[in-house]
Design a protein around this ligand. Structure first.
Ligand SMILES: [Zn+2]
Length: 348
């Protein structure tokens, strides 16, 4: 009998105990996050009720209208990316741009996670160290959720593709950490990793951002599967779309892989937008993160795709959303992490 994962199972289903106790050495699960993910995580705002802006309402949410009025600039475009890009093109030295950048930074920096487990916590603990989450968002939610779960459970890597309000770095050592803390090598304070503002010709040449992209590219090339969550890949950032596609398809035409799209927009619209990433009907679409394979099969997302698509069997779900406290979440995950540690030991 060929020795492929779960090949000894004779019934039509791989049950949850088997999935939990017998993880496989699959390649990375890559998750890309856009503003829609943060909006879905906090539909009524952050811990203090601050609304999470989307590009179409950022000017209004952050209160930039008064600055446009002051500088006699007409807001004839609701989308912040297009608006910013246009002002930048007209005058890159404009004082208005400076004010906008400061206000945007300050707003995102002030955002805070609620004390209870949030979508970001569920997302992070449901993936494994082999996996990676890359966000385009400036908000601090992924970074802060990562830090509050880090001492409790092994987590995936995280990347900030457009910079972030919490991230700092040391130019001398290429180390990254929380802005305001110190480089562990030279003990100088981390400098701020600038936010990448929307200009039509992005070049990702900033040291920090370039490094983040390099890590993402290698993971994408070797990925087992890809989830795109709330990221609309705007026309101001065609370069990001092209880079993602180029690397996703660098080593294979991806005829077998399943791409998952989580987006509140209609299925037809989003699948059409991402059609270059998807082969035939090999995609999973949902509008709600809770219906994604990530929380339904915590830490076993790749196994949950392999079982039906390659093995032709049904995988039994065990959603992490059955737990509503951090203690409950960690208790549920401990047996899974232990099984992963055994797997890694065998590998060595
Ligand atoms: Zn240093």
């Amino acid at each position: 009998m060929p020795n492929y994962p779960y090949s000894d199972i004779e019934s039509g289903m791989v049950n949850k105990d088997r999935l939990i106790n017998d993880p496989q050495r699959f390649k990375p699960h890559v998750v890309i996050l856009g503003a829609g993910a943060s909006r879905q995580a906090f539909p009524t705002g952050d811990a203090n009720g601050n609304i999470i802006p989307l590009m179409d309402d950022l000017v209004n949410v952050i209160g930039l209208e008064e600055d446009f009025v002051k500088y006699k600039y007409e807001i004839d475009e609701p989308n912040f990316e297009l608006l910013y890009s246009r002002i930048q093109k007209e005058n890159p030295e404009s004082e208005l741009l400076n004010i906008i950048e400061r206000k945007v930074f300050k707003y995102f920096e002030s955002l805070e996670l609620p004390k209870v487990p949030t979508l970001y916590d569920y997302l992070l603990v449901s993936l494994r160290p082999k996996d990676i989450i890359a966000t385009f968002n400036w908000d601090p939610f992924l970074f802060d959720a990562y830090n509050r779960n880090l001492q409790k459970i092994s987590l995936p890597k995280i990347l900030h593709l457009h910079g972030n309000v919490r991230v700092g770095y040391c130019k001398n050592h290429n180390f990254f950490g929380k802005y305001g803390e110190f480089c562990s090598e030279c003990f100088t304070p981390y400098s701020q990793a600038d936010l990448l503002y929307p200009v039509s010709e992005k070049n990702y040449s900033n040291e920090f951002i370039e490094g983040e992209w390099r890590v993402l590219e290698s993971h994408l090339q070797n990925a087992f599967t890809l989830t795109i969550f709330g990221y609309s890949s705007p026309e101001t950032d065609k370069k990001a779309f092209d880079l993602l596609q180029k690397n996703w398809q660098a080593k294979s035409n991806r005829e077998l892989e399943v791409v998952e799209i989580i987006d509140i927009k209609d299925e037809d619209v989003v699948i059409n937008h991402w059609k270059k990433f998807i082969h035939s009907h090999h995609y999973h679409y949902c509008s709600d993160f809770q219906k994604s394979m990530i929380p339904k099969f915590p830490r076993r997302s790749c196994e949950s795709i392999y079982v039906p698509t390659i093995l032709g069997k049904f995988a039994e779900e065990f959603s992490i959303y059955s737990e509503s406290t951090f203690g409950g979440i960690y208790n549920k995950l401990i047996p899974m992490v232990e099984a992963e540690e055994v797997l890694n030991d065998i590998k060595k």
